[in-house]
Design a protein around this ligand. Structure first.
Ligand code: TRP
Length: 452
């Protein structure tokens, strides 16, 4: 049975469309919700420093590796490995990626649902006149309910499935090209307000002054896992996306641009949040609600706050959507190309199954919060297994595949567009791909799980 030709797949037509799509996938709740919240949980500066090192030494080489694999093979995450390494077990990271995609989207949809509720609250001006304690109570009261968060989760997942099904990703990417710079502007405005709050310095010190006594082995593993999560790495999203890239694209430049943009946005989100956390006396380790509790306080302290708050939650929901479609696409592309399902059936099935898996995640914020295993709820476990285990392992295999299996010659052909571009970075990249990235991932991984 022949694999479907690439032309039948929904593809990105313009260069800017591809970059917008990859950046749209990378920039999402990971930057604005998860990065600040886990930075708070794992003690601040030292965690941030390890995260940045992971981005540079591991994230960037893994991203370039995914680009090389995807564009060379022009297949989905599993099919790409099967094409480049037929008859081997190298397709395993593709399968792990599918599992990771399923798990990540399950809880991602829940948190994205929260942004919709907060969008509605902003429209209704529900934050006006509330003090930090009220806002904390408001968030806790909302997520612990049974039906409301699930309804929002279903709305968000419905939107995600609908976009993937209708194949209107092109329109979404064009829209996000316009909207993401506006999100960036709002974050910068928030930063200015946050760092001029009384007591802001303490927040900046928390974020940027490393205190290694606060950094645990699990913190280091989480920093590594989050580098993968934030850059959309380790599960074949970027293999899938780059399979649509043209042969003239400069893969290395694109990887650097996306990595820098994603990292800058995460840091700017941290700068907006931590000064405010300290100024309003919120607990930095407050957990998944950190952004939702902190930012409404800041918006209230600025001129035009109503308007900025509304726009912020709207754009955060859009950012989440451009990420969630990239996660669902991994599963759908696999169902369609490898299992020969129709696109419609594949999308509907995957969306429903993932939404159902998300329901206990949502409930673990309330009625199921006591259902814990080793101190983690269902929500925490999905996040932990996907981000801290599957993504790093997938990333290790991906980068090792390029470093050891494809090797220098084929890699050079791909990154130079068959000799058209210069690639002075190639020896460094090969060194990182063969040795540094796999070894560092392995050490942090084993150490984080307490096995080393
Ligand atoms: N990177 C996105 C974010 O930061 C989430 C995401 C999209 C993702 N695609 C992914 C995470 C693939 C891991 C793997 O919100």
């Amino acid at each position: 049975m022949a694999t479907q030709p690439v032309t039948q797949r929904d593809s990105f037509t313009s260069k800017i469309g591809i970059i917008a799509a990859v950046a749209g996938s990378a920039v999402g709740l990971g930057n604005i919700w998860k990065f600040p919240y886990i930075t708070g949980v794992f003690g601040g500066g030292a965690f941030v420093l390890v995260y940045l090192i992971c981005i540079a030494l591991i994230g960037l080489p893994v991203m370039l590796s995914e680009f090389i694999i995807g564009r060379k093979a022009q297949r989905n995450a599993v099919g790409s490995f099967k094409k480049l390494a037929p008859g081997t077990l190298w397709f395993m990271p593709g399968i792990m990626g599918l599992v990771a995609a399923f798990m990540i989207l399950a809880f991602y949809g829940v948190v994205a649902g929260w942004t919709l509720e907060y969008l509605l609250k902003s429209v209704l001006n529900a934050f006006a006149g509330k003090n930090p304690a009220d806002l904390e109570g408001m968030f806790g009261g909302f997520i612990s309910q049974v039906t409301k968060p699930i309804i929002w989760q279903c709305v968000f997942m419905g939107l995600t499935g609908w976009i993937v099904l209708a194949g209107i990703k092109g329109g979404i990417e064009r829209a996000s090209k316009l909207l993401m710079p506006i999100l960036l502007m709002i974050i910068i405005i928030l930063d200015i307000r946050a760092i001029t709050l009384p007591g802001a310095a303490e927040g900046l010190a928390f974020l940027f002054k490393p205190d290694f006594s606060k950094l645990s082995a699990e913190g280091m593993l989480s920093a590594l896992g989050h580098a993968f999560f934030s850059l959309s790495l380790g599960m074949g999203t970027l293999i899938t996306y780059s399979s649509y890239m043209g042969k003239r694209e400069n893969l290395a430049t694109t990887a650097v641009q996306v990595t820098v943009a994603d990292t800058v946005i995460a840091l700017l989100a941290g700068i907006a949040i931590f000064p405010a956390v300290f100024a309003f006396g919120i607990e930095p380790g407050a957990g998944p609600g950190l952004v939702f509790i902190t930012l409404p306080n800041v918006f209230q302290q600025m001129p035009g706050g109503y308007f900025f708050c509304l726009l912020f939650f709207l754009l955060l929901a859009v950012a989440a959507l451009t990420s969630s479609i990239s996660i669902l696409e991994v599963v759908v592309a696999y169902f369609v190309e490898e299992l020969k399902l129709g696109r419609r059936a594949a999308t509907i099935m995957a969306t429903i199954a993932i939404t159902i898996a998300g329901i206990p995640c949502s409930l673990s914020m309330g009625v199921m919060s006591n259902v814990q295993f080793m101190g983690k709820t269902f929500f925490d476990w999905l996040d932990f297994i996907a981000a801290n285990i599957l993504l790093p392992l997938g990333g290790l295999l991906i980068v090792a595949f390029v470093g050891w299996y494809l090797g220098r010659e084929k890699t050079e052909t791909e990154v130079t567009n068959e000799g058209e571009l210069k690639a002075g970075y190639l020896p460094l990249f090969m060194f990182l791909a063969k040795f540094v990235a796999p070894v560092v991932i392995a050490i942090v991984f084993l150490h984080g799980l307490g096995l080393f």
